[in-house]
Write a protein that binds this ligand. Structure first.
Ligand SMILES: C[S@@+](CC[C@H](N)C(=O)[O-])C[C@H]1O[C@@H](n2cnc3c(N)ncnc32)[C@H](O)[C@@H]1O
Length: 208
């Protein structure tokens, strides 16, 4: 795992305040979106990549679940949350770009608001594809470049400033998910398509 990645350092710095910063969005929209994404998760052996402080944990069902994050401080908060809601999860400190799991290990993968931060999203998505079983599904909630032309251009202009302290706000993550080999089953545009809720399947015939 890379020890010097900017994404890791950034989240080590903000871990203490992350839930406070995010609280307005959580109340306004995220909690409903999380619930609606996770209620459709199929399978019994589930990986969450970039679990952060564990905001999705309260919606987990009785899966065998693994939660991975590159930031130890974010992960510690997720461990605390899992105890408070009495969910048994195996936590792993690791990098989405170098997942420490064998090919075809999981029935399903959850990832919310992560691929705007992963340094090389193509590499990360290839890793998700690799560790997912053929026929398995990945469930994303992603912050992306808006399809609305005016909003998209504003996001392009703001991106260099925001990237200095936070995520990239103008990535075309849904296109990258598709290019990785996933079949997009569901793609819901939210908030002027600044956010996308995506369910993507690894084709059952996939060799990799
Ligand atoms: C914006 S937070 C989202 C956290 C959580 N998924 C949520 O929905 O609240 C992004 C998370 O992705 C993690 N992250 C960033 N790059 C990563 C990588 N390469 N591998 C694993 N986790 C990563 C960060 O440490 C952080 O916890």
């Amino acid at each position: 795992m890379k020890k010097t990645g900017k994404d890791r350092k950034r989240y080590e710095r903000v871990a203490k305040f992350y839930d406070i910063f995010e609280f307005p969005m959580e109340v306004f929209a995220f909690s409903e979106w999380r619930k609606s994404l996770i209620k459709n998760v199929e399978g019994s052996n589930i990986l969450e990549v970039g679990i952060g402080t564990g905001k999705n944990i309260p919606y987990y069902r009785n899966w065998y679940a693994v939660g991975l994050d590159i930031s130890e401080k974010m992960l510690k908060k997720a461990v605390k949350r899992s105890k408070s809601v009495r969910k048994k999860i195996d936590f792993v400190l690791g990098d989405a770009e170098f997942l420490p799991f064998r090919d075809h290990s999981f029935d399903g993968i959850i990832s919310t608001c992560v691929f705007c931060s992963v340094e090389n999203p193509e590499n990360g998505l290839k890793e998700l594809f690799r560790v997912l079983k053929p026929g398995g599904r990945a469930y994303f909630l992603e912050h992306v470049r808006s399809e609305n032309d005016t909003v998209g251009k504003i996001m392009d202009a703001l991106n260099p400033v925001i990237r200095a302290v936070g995520p990239e706000i103008n990535r075309r993550t849904v296109d990258t998910i598709r290019k990785t080999g996933f079949r997009i089953l569901k793609d819901v545009h939210l908030m002027s398509s600044i956010f996308r809720m995506v369910v993507a399947e690894k084709p059952a015939t996939s060799a990799s």
